[in-house]
Design a protein. Structure first.
Length: 151
């Protein structure tokens, strides 16, 4: 084992992560979430669009359900969630690069599994809003997005 990866008693968890070459975003994430977060995804979505897209789909599905329960972010007859790429990478997907996340999202957008909106109050706001086209998901996978959360 290379010397730089040897664990010493005085090493903190963050020290060990630094030795592994984590980026600043990844180290900040590790500080905020000491136990990490578990990501779930549906294997059919992963087969069709890739694991990263399946993880993002589940993220959107989770937040839409959350917003629906709280009657929040309802526009154009559907519930939405939102986030800039930078926010999503920083808070939820520190293990992805910008291009990996963008590609994952674009695959879902291209097939209209998720849709993009803009409900920002200010023109300078670059936050993107996402929702799920439940009818499209039902046609492709024979079930709605809520079922995907519990498979």
């Amino acid at each position: 084992m290379p010397a730089e990866f040897r664990i010493r008693k005085e090493d903190t968890r963050i020290d060990l992560l630094k030795k592994r070459g984590l980026s600043k975003i990844q180290l900040a994430y590790a500080s905020r979430h000491p136990l990490g977060m578990t990501n779930y995804f549906n294997s059919l979505i992963a087969c069709a669009y890739g694991v990263n897209s399946a993880i993002f789909f589940n993220h959107v599905s989770f937040w839409i359900k959350h917003n629906e329960e709280r009657k929040m972010n309802y526009f154009e007859d559907r519930y939405w969630t939102y986030g800039t790429l930078e926010f999503l990478l920083d808070q939820y997907f520190p293990y992805l690069s910008v291009s990996m996340l963008r590609t994952a999202i674009d695959k879902l957008l291209d097939d209209r599994i998720i849709i993009r909106g803009n409900f920002n109050k200010h023109g300078y706001d670059q936050t993107t809003w996402y929702s799920i086209d439940n009818n499209r998901v039902k046609r492709i996978f024979d079930y709605g997005h809520i079922d995907l959360l519990i498979l």
